[in-house]
Design a protein around this ligand. Structure first.
Ligand code: G16
Ligand code: MG
Length: 217
């Protein structure tokens, strides 16, 4: 029986990956190399610090600590310039349908994201009131596939991990949910997310019958 619902942010609720991509691409170009959308796939669900490490590997660049820190700050400023213009039109299709289903039934919800900007993004798109618990990049020390982010979310909701479900678009996130002993739902490419308990292309494929079955076990 599912008692708590946990949502990843980027790729599940909103498509901020496109803004992350543009900000990383700008930095790569400034450093003199190209960064493609295909390469950006590796950045999904990965912390900002780890993304920069991967980017510098791609460009074959060694950075001093000071440069590394400066590039982290610069990328985030560029990213936040995009976030600043976000509004409710960027909520992915039928996400609100699912959130309203849960709200009407007073079922606990949590956000479980690697992003340190999660709260401001939820505010921008008007979804902050839909979440009882926020666990983001500011409150975790271990990255997905470590289950930490989702276990904290379950504890703060007051729900046993075995009674939680997680919506995720990244393989590491599905693995984190599985490692937490939760039901995992892959949102996106089934080929990439085959380890999930259930797979859907997006929330338009999730109907109230499915949600009702989850909560009535
Ligand atoms: C998101 C994105 C990642 C990004 C990370 C950290 O994860 O998918 O690409 O690097 O957040 O973001 P920030 O730089 O805002 O702290 P998630 O877990 O929401 O999919
Ligand atoms: Mg994601």
């Amino acid at each position: 029986k599912i008692r708590g619902f946990i949502f990843d942010l980027d790729g599940v609720i909103v498509d901020t990956a496109k803004y992350h991509y543009l900000a990383w691409k700008k930095l790569a170009n400034e450093l003199g190399f190209e960064f493609t959308p295909e390469q950006n796939e590796r950045f999904k669900g990965v912390s900002r610090r780890r993304c920069l490490e991967i980017l510098l590997e791609i460009g074959n660049i060694t950075a001093t600590q000071a440069q590394f820190d400066r590039w982290m700050v610069g990328k985030n400023e560029d990213y936040l310039a995009y976030v600043k213009n976000m509004d409710e039109s960027e909520i992915l299709p039928d996400v609100l349908k699912v959130l309203n289903f849960l709200k009407e039934r007073k079922i606990p919800t949590a956000l479980g994201s690697a992003s340190k900007n999660a709260k401001v993004i939820l505010e921008k798109v008007g979804l902050l009131p839909y979440f009882d618990v926020l666990v983001d990049g500011n409150s975790v020390t271990k990255a997905k596939p470590d289950p930490q982010v989702f276990l904290i979310g379950a504890r703060q909701m007051g729900v046993d991990p075995a009674n939680c479900v997680v919506f995720e678009d990244a393989l590491a996130g599905i693995q984190a949910a599985n490692n937490a002993g939760m039901v995992s739902i892959g949102i996106g490419d089934k080929e990439l997310l085959g380890e999930a308990d259930y797979n859907f292309r997006d929330f338009t494929e999730i109907d109230s019958d499915f949600l009702t079955r989850l909560i009535s076990g």
